[in-house]
Ligand binder design. Sequence first.
Ligand SMILES: C[S@@+](CC[C@H](N)C(=O)[O-])C[C@H]1O[C@@H](n2cnc3c(N)ncnc32)[C@H](O)[C@@H]1O
Length: 233
Amino acid sequence: MHLIHDEDANTDGLPAKSLFTSFRGRITSAQKSAIERYGRQYFITDLAKHADLASTASRQKLKIEIGFGMGVELARWAIESPDALMLGIELYRPGIGSLFSKLVNEGIENVRVIEAPAQIAIGELSNNSVDEIRILFPDPWPKKRHHKRRLIQKEFICQVERVLIEGGRLQIATDWKPYADWIFSCIEKNTGFVQIFDRTALAQGERDRPTKFESRGMNLKHRVFDFTYEKTS
Ligand SMILES: C[S@@+](CC[C@H](N)C(=O)[O-])C[C@H]1O[C@@H](n2cnc3c(N)ncnc32)[C@H](O)[C@@H]1O
């Protein structure tokens, strides 16, 4: 299945607009131009054509950040994981443009981007094909009538479990306590995961390299919940 529809591609074959793309937020000319110049290099528009992502035999490690925002953490993580293929999944075009500029400026070559809802992108991946997934400060959608829009749902966690290898890791962080409780209840029901790290107890000053939304939460004096799970079977 194509993540970006051909009819939505512009004349250069770049994904100009897709059914799944959200254009929230003002895009600067630098971000727009980074997408135009480097989209061909970094975007993955059809997972089926990327056997390297789908194959499980003699494979390169595959690490994914969902909702990478401006891409600061993904770029750092890629530098720390030179042997892995890093996949960023995001809907926010200005952030994608900023990430592309960072990748070019810092000479980072092991990152690819899917511009589609994570629910669709993860659903396209093969069983047991991903080493690690990070979801840092997903939108909490605090109002009850909006809970159905939350990324973390039981069905989504089942898909995450399906694509992770045995021993693969899932890290989720949030600064919104009711969302943390919601996340626990979605994961607890999934017996395939066991919690291996809890960074919640760390004092604010001890948390290294906070993301944009983590800093925002800390400025609001929110407690940050940060858990890592391992897929056991
Ligand atoms: C609150 S921001 C957090 C950004 C970044 N991780 C941080 O901590 O600063 C949530 C991000 O998730 C992205 N997002 C929301 N729903 C998504 C989905 N279904 N698939 C992929 N990305 C999504 C948004 O566009 C946004 O950039």
